[in-house]
Ligand binder design. Structure first.
Ligand code: FES
Length: 149
């Protein structure tokens, strides 16, 4: 093999390795990112503002204290606290965007991803999440519940 041919082949392999290494590092970095600053609104140019009828399925779970419903279209979790308040926060954990649950018996939002907990206002009770959930306003008129910013 000529020296020139050898250098060309090694050079191409080296470049390929560098490129592959970059892809690996790039995907690893985004997979292990903190997730802080996740925008809960899938369409940030449009504020969250929607209404549900809590008399109708599947929203009627909100008639029970401790019940909750996740609206995947808006990334909002709506819950009824143990004292009967209807509350709404971002449904995506601020750590790595796992969908939250509401634990009625503990009156808090729980992340099954890595165990973060948030109070009913969305404040972090324990990490690894470090950022509060975005809280939304709610307004009940009859059985119509409006969730908005
Ligand atoms: S995604 Fe890690 S604690 Fe929620």
């Amino acid at each position: 093999m000529e020296r020139k041919d050898f250098i060309e082949k090694v050079g191409m392999s080296g470049a390929a390795i560098l490129v592959m290494g970059c892809f690996g590092a790039c995907s690893k970095s985004s997979d292990t990112g903190s997730g802080s600053g996740t925008n809960p609104n899938p369409n940030p140019s449009k504020p969250v503002d929607f209404t549900i009828n809590i008399s109708n399925s599947p929203y009627n779970v909100l008639q029970n204290n401790g019940g909750f419903y996740v609206d995947t279209a808006n990334n909002v979790i709506i819950a009824k606290t143990t004292s009967g308040m209807l509350i709404a926060v971002s449904s995506l954990c601020t750590h790595q965007a796992v969908t939250l649950e509401f634990q009625g018996n503990n009156n808090r939002f729980y992340c099954p991803g890595h165990g973060s907990n948030f109070n009913t206002a969305g404040t972090v009770l324990n990490g690894p999440a470090a950022t509060a959930l975005k809280a939304y306003k709610t307004s009940l008129s009859g059985s119509l519940l409006r969730i908005y910013e």
